[in-house]
Design a protein around this ligand. Structure first.
Ligand code: FMN
Length: 435
């Protein structure tokens, strides 16, 4: 049997109503008290996933047509609770799986976030991660008293400084500062705790942090840079890089190589970075026919996608004709790389906005559908070609497939030696560096 590239697995979700619209009785309809995600964490840990990652944003979406109706109706962007306090709740019933939350460098004061994530790393026994985002919604800026966001490159300049500062704060307590020596009566060795006196262009902080040094020292840093500036940021700072499958296997391979090359130029070992690709799966239990979406389901999916994109790209798509090739004069306040890609599909393939936001129109051309065995084989074939480092399986909206995922796809991957069957490390950083 051919040896497969061994790869990492993350699960992508949100602290929100991930199974809406369910039938109300379905696993997943209760979520706000954390009980659903505790069960989720246990299931994914049994399947030996590296981590669960929670996306986040701080808005009720009304960018599409200036109304909150479609967002709230479909539970697209809200309601969403803050995932950071959820991490220690999930840690209580698990022992190994990594727990990653998103927080924005544009809105948090660095000291506050450094202290919070240090606390969470302690509470989770060294299993915390931080998905570093710069945020892209004007509404979010307005929630924090700003009129608008700075341009993306400036937000990344700020983010670079933010990370530099938080790392200094996390290191303001040396390893071994806590001595708790009853003979000498010294709890903390004051010579191992330092002020940092950070003076940047955007931030200043005296330090030290007033927490203990956490088990990992600092959380595992994750990021999804797609633009030139974003890639520069992630290859400098991130340990887990979240990639898109845009451009299929060729695009994935090029993206991973680009991140690794940039990291090397910044003096880092590229093997310390795991590039994982966001992947929807469509698993069909053996012997079952594919589910044909009803018109209502198709419409809900379209609304969901267009509300999401209006918000993240900062474009009111309701102003444009949805049924002609993507207009080339759309201007985005947010992720311009994604909009550029949409325009290209409009230009070169005549795709309309409706085409691009309709279900089943994945821009990547990648297809991870089939029986558990078929899905596992497709995943392995792609990873063998790309060369690593793993998949970030899209959970939100797909949670109904969890039983097939953990009982079908994962065992098939394990049997073929493509994913782990046991954890060796205990902290998230150790687990990521097992291979
Ligand atoms: C898998 C994945 C998860 C992301 N999660 C979030 C998130 O939770 N919150 C957010 O504001 N942005 C999120 N983003 C957006 C990225 O932070 C980033 O802005 C985007 O990938 C575009 O890259 P660029 O900023 O370099 O243009 C995510 C992107 C990807 C691919």
């Amino acid at each position: 049997m051919m040896a497969h590239t061994k790869f990492h697995l993350g699960y992508f979700t949100k602290f929100g109503a991930t199974s809406w619209p369910g039938d109300g009785k379905e696993f997943g309809s209760q979520w706000a008290d954390g009980s659903y995600h505790k069960e989720l964490a246990k299931m994914l840990e049994a399947a030996k996933f590296d981590f669960i990652l929670f996306e986040d944003s701080v808005i009720v979406g009304d960018r599409y047509g200036g109304s909150m109706e479609l967002d709230l109706k479909n539970a697209t962007l809200s309601p969403k609770l803050d995932p950071i306090p959820l991490l220690p709740v999930m840690a209580q019933d698990t022992s190994h799986i990594g727990l990653i939350a998103t927080a924005s460098t544009t809105f948090y004061p660095p000291y506050l976030l450094a202290r919070l994530l240090s606390t969470v790393d302690s509470l989770t026994g060294g299993r915390a991660g931080w998905n570093m985002v710069t945020s892209s919604e004007k509404n979010a800026a307005m929630n924090f008293g700003m009129d608008k966001l700075l341009p993306p490159t400036e937000r990344y300049d700020m983010a670079d400084e933010f990370v530099e500062l938080t790392k200094k704060l996390w290191d303001s307590w040396e390893e071994g500062a806590l001595v708790a020596n009853t003979d000498t009566g010294v709890y903390v060795d004051h010579t191992k705790v330092h002020t940092i006196n950070f003076e940047g262009k955007h931030f200043r902080s005296r330090g030290p942090l007033n927490t203990l040094r956490s088990p990992q020292g600092y959380p595992v840093l994750c990021q999804a840079g797609a633009s030139e500036r974003g890639r520069e940021f992630s290859s400098k700072n991130a340990e887990v890089v979240l990639g898109m499958m845009t451009g299929g296997v060729k695009g994935m391979k090029a993206y991973r190589e680009d991140i690794r090359n940039r990291a090397e130029k910044q003096g880092r070992n590229p093997d310390d970075i795991k590039v994982v690709f966001l992947t929807p799966v469509n698993i069909l239990p053996e012997g079952e026919e594919p589910h044909e979406m009803t018109e209502a389901e198709k419409q809900a999916s379209f609304e969901h996608n267009i509300v999401m994109a209006s918000s993240s790209l900062d474009v009111d798509f309701s102003q444009y004709d949805l049924d002609v090739p993507v207009p080339q004069d759309i201007v985005a306040g947010g992720h311009t790389s994604a909009l550029d890609h949409m325009k290209k599909l409009g230009r070169e393939e005549g795709k309309s906005i409706r085409d691009l936001f309709s279900a089943g129109q994945g821009a990547s051309g990648m297809d991870f559908s089939g029986t558990p065995q078929q899905v596992a084989e497709k995943m392995m074939a792609v990873m063998d070609e790309v060369g690593g480092d793993g998949f970030l399986i899209e959970g939100s909206g797909y949670n109904r497939q969890l039983p097939e995922l953990v009982n079908g796809v994962i065992p098939a991957l394990q049997k073929a030696g493509a994913v782990r069957t046991e954890y060796k490390g205990t902290t998230l950083r150790e687990i990521l560096r097992e291979f």
